[in-house]
Design a protein around this ligand. Structure first.
Ligand SMILES: Cc1ncc(COP(=O)(O)O)c(C=O)c1O
Length: 445
């Protein structure tokens, strides 16, 4: 979020202005570097890490774990190492006249908590640093983050292109809510870039995609879609909830905006509902205007929980990546299994793309058994360590049946590639051997 310095503190104001200029320059430089040296090939990786040392500031050189532990720590007033929680809705002014100056700032952190607060600011600073975007905006849920990514950019007569498999409420947002205000949309019928291209119209303003997608694990080529979107004057919005910035950084590949359900991996402990939008400063300004007016803010304690979760994001993702790959490989070899959807398997149709675009393949997978729905139900209900529950991305493993969830029609479900027997696993951070034993016993006939 653009900073909002206090008029009482000229030194801080200058520091703030200077910092945001540096952040903007660094973000642009980093994007240019990454388009010159995409991290696919070994020589490119060597050149990249060498060049990084020369051209990037400390913050831009830091790895994920360092960023999550140190970025934004100066944003929270006070000297405590664990940030204080600013559980207040409003802030005392020095003089009653200060209200005018504070209320005319963008996202002041010490005015009124719907406008911003220190805990939200810290979370936003960390996420923007992780995603390599100019700014970020914390929201009360992932659904709210998607709403703020889209609403400021479309109006009557505009058109939105949606990925084949997309979170159900994102589809509902576009079809049922934006549709009421005259926004049209097309849902593509395949994850291939060509399908997106043929859906684009002159009035297309935004392409919305999800990769890997929930729950089919479809992967789309972010760099190709970004080029396509920009060639047609549209924006590319990527829901990167499944990937996390540990595995994929969509902005570095050209995406204009990145959306997360922070409820999932970013917070990581199934104890908070939260979202975040990471994008350029102008888009954040527009999103903040809608946030202030419509009110889907994240409370201070919830922002604090996300910030605490972020501190172990890289550690957790390494474990999620390894555990899910092991479970996927076990499932694929089993005679009871018809199909495993996991981008880390060579059998996944977009495995080559996933290798290019992802550092690890994530903790989510889905599986279809011979014997369809009944066999899937039996398998899911025999699992002992995988808790039957909705949501995903927490440290504990979860299992669910996407076809049994309400809110999308059967026709929409089938068009999204969700078979009735599809079982979705959110593979947690338990010990790998225990998870494998559990899956194995649940498959035994
Ligand atoms: C991929 C994806 N995006 C967005 C959302 C919405 O997030 P939230 O529940 O935090 O609003 C979800 C929720 O399951 C999701 O799986």
């Amino acid at each position: 979020m653009a900073r909002s310095p206090s008029p009482k503190n000229a030194g801080r104001l200058l520091h703030t202005a200077w910092t945001s200029i540096i952040v903007d320059i660094e973000a642009g430089r980093r994007r240019r570097m990454e388009s010159l040296f995409p991290p696919e090939s070994l020589p490119a990786r060597f050149v990249y890490s060498f060049a990084r040392g020369f051209f990037m500031s400390e913050t831009n050189r830091w790895g994920v774990a360092t960023l999550t532990l140190h970025a934004g720590s100066e944003d929270v007033p006070g000297r405590s190492v664990s940030p204080a929680i600013f559980q207040t809705s409003t802030y005392r002014w020095h003089h009653v006249q200060d209200g005018l100056a504070l209320s005319s700032q963008e996202a002041p952190t010490e005015f009124y908590a719907r406008w911003g607060h220190p805990n939200g600011r810290q979370m936003e600073t960390i996420v923007a640093a992780l995603e390599g975007t100019q700014a970020a905006l914390a929201t009360s849920s992932g659904a709210a983050a998607m709403t703020l990514a889209l609403v400021p950019w479309v109006g009557p007569g505009d058109h939105v292109v949606l990925g084949r498999t997309i979170y159900g409420e994102t589809r509902n947002l576009v079809s049922r809510i934006l549709g009421r205000f005259g926004v049209r949309h097309t849902i593509v019928d395949s994850p291939d870039s060509a399908a997106y291209e043929s859906a684009i119209e002159a009035a297309t303003r935004v392409i919305v995609t999800e990769t890997p997608a929930n729950p089919t694990l479809d992967c789309v080529d972010i760099a190709a879609l970004a080029k396509l979107a920009h060639a047609h004057g549209a924006r590319l919005v990527v829901d990167s909830t499944f990937a996390t910035p540990v595995n994929t950084r969509p902005a570095a590949l050209g995406a204009d905006a990145v959306v997360h359900s922070a409820t999932k991996y970013l917070a990581g402990h199934s104890d908070v509902v939260a979202g975040v939008l990471a994008t350029d400063s102008e888009a954040i300004s527009r999103a903040w205007d809608y946030l202030r007016i419509t009110g889907p803010v994240l409370g201070p304690f919830d922002a604090w929980l996300v910030t605490r979760g972020l501190r172990t994001l890289e550690l957790r993702m390494a474990r999620h990546n390894a555990n899910a790959l092991a479970v996927a490989r076990l499932l694929e070899k089993h005679s009871a299994v018809a199909r495993v959807h996991y981008p880390g398997l060579t059998s996944h149709p977009a495995h080559a793309l996933a290798r290019r675009q992802m550092k690890g393949f994530g903790g989510m997978l889905s599986v279809e058994l011979h014997g369809g729905e009944q066999a899937g139900l039996k398998f899911a209900s025999r699992l002992r360590l995988f808790v039957p529950a909705t949501s995903l991305g927490g440290v504990e493993s979860l299992v669910q049946f996407p076809a049994t969830l309400a809110r999308i029609t059967e026709q929409e479900r089938l068009a999204s590639g969700i078979e009735p027997g599809l079982v979705r696993l959110s593979v947690g951070c338990e010990n790998e051997a225990d998870l494998l034993e559990d899956v194995d016993q649940a498959l035994a006939s």
